[in-house]
Design a protein around this ligand. Structure first.
Ligand code: TYM
Length: 363
């Protein structure tokens, strides 16, 4: 695997997040800006509510968000862009940027470009072929649409199926980037396969697609986990050279795994909760999660904080009950399993209602 050490042995690439991630340090290291009161006030005024992921700093850093908001205030349109590597079922961590993206689409009426990087996953994993990735594209697209995105304002780009939409832009991008930049940004080496060296140009291309189509600059805002940031550093570096606006980002923190790993990840399935997990499995995973003793940093609390419990009052009650020993770990675990199962059940119900309509969107 490709490795880029960010600090104190912590690793953060789009494919691996491990060690203790210092999010403030990443702001410095990656040259992003923390969201300040001004940014937060503006977003709250635009939407008429203060989204809990902004209130709590789940989304915490950005590049050029202020420019996007200025553009909006002048009456301009911008596109949203985010995506998924379709190699398996979606877990709760994946939903975090998507729930926030839905809030942005509702607020700004922006078109969402949603990319499925089946090419990336095939290049990375030995046992994947297009039949398998197509299955997950379909399943994952249902998970996305179940969050309530506007189907008339959402475009899926499945890289292998829709390569011709992206390839001309990806070529322009690739032409401006050298192998040594790729090594420095992604940790590629002499053993890295050729496809992976090219792939970042495919992930960069949707940043410019709406500008290309409109024949004039259309700014683009990317809401995503901070693990995807290497792509955007690279893309921003070459945007102007190609005559496109630099893509803006708003970065989310990573939901930890059940045992406190830096990021809930499919590479550790026993510490992840998937949208497909049946209630008994959810109960088991949570019951057997070996949580660290330090109650102030309990990963189980993060599930409420990041995702499940929007009310600040309730979330503080949960935190307090745990840290003051009013509630045992077992009680916490039972309640969390109930909350997760309620969340999954509602999600599955919405997924069923969408049914086949997602197929037309994927054509
Ligand atoms: P993928 O499938 O690894 O992740 C999809 C999105 O989920 C976020 N994410 C998480 N967020 C919070 N907590 C977690 N534990 C967690 N795990 C994953 C990721 O940051 C990401 O936003 N190559 C990309 C797909 C892609 C993409 C994009 C993502 C294509 N274009 C544009 C973001 C923006 C991938 O494999 O993502």
């Amino acid at each position: 695997m490709y490795r880029v050490i960010v600090a104190n042995k912590a690793v953060l690439t789009p494919w691996e997040v491990s060690g203790k991630i210092d999010y403030d340090n990443l702001v410095e290291k990656f040259g992003t800006k923390p969201l300040n009161h001004g940014d937060l006030d503006r977003m709250r005024d635009h939407s008429g509510r203060f989204h809990f992921m902004l209130r709590r700093g789940v989304f915490y850093s950005h590049r050029d968000l202020d420019k996007i908001l200025d553009h909006h205030d002048r009456g301009g349109k911008f596109s949203l862009y985010t995506g998924r590597g379709p190699s398996g079922p979606v877990h709760l961590g994946h939903l975090i940027p998507w729930i926030f993206t839905k809030h942005l689409q509702d607020t700004y009426g922006s078109k969402l470009l949603f990319q499925f990087t089946d090419d990336e996953k095939m290049l990375l994993k030995e046992d994947l072929d297009e039949t398998i990735t197509s299955h997950w594209v379909h399943e994952n697209a249902l998970d996305l649409m179940a969050l309530g995105f506007d189907p008339d304002n959402t475009e899926f780009i499945v890289n292998m199926r829709h390569a011709s939409k992206l390839f001309p832009i990806a070529l322009k991008v690739a032409k401006k980037i050298t192998g040594s930049t790729m090594r420095a940004v992604f940790g590629f080496n002499d053993q890295s396969n050729l496809g992976m060296m090219f792939f970042p140009s495919m992930q960069a291309a949707p940043c410019f697609l709406e500008s290309e189509r409109a024949g004039e600059p259309v700014p683009c805002l990317i809401p995503a986990g901070i693990d995807q940031d290497p792509y955007w550093r690279l893309t921003r570096d070459i945007a102007r050279k190609l005559g496109y606006p630099k893509p803006a980002q708003i970065h989310g923190r990573m939901l930890p795994g059940l045992t406190g790993t830096a990021k809930m990840s499919s590479s550790q399935p026993e510490t992840a909760i998937y949208m497909t997990d049946v209630p008994e499995l959810v109960e088991k995973k949570i019951e057997y999660a070996n949580v660290p003793e330090d109650r102030a940093n309990c990963p189980l609390f993060q599930f409420h904080y990041f995702l499940l419990t929007e009310s600040d009052e309730e979330v503080e009650w949960i935190r307090d009950a745990c840290t003051s020993n009013r509630r045992s770990c077992l009680e916490c675990k039972i309640e969390l399993a109930e909350d997760v199962n309620r969340f999954l059940k509602a999600h599955r119900r919405r997924k069923k209602l969408i049914g086949k309509s997602v197929e037309t969107m994927l054509e």
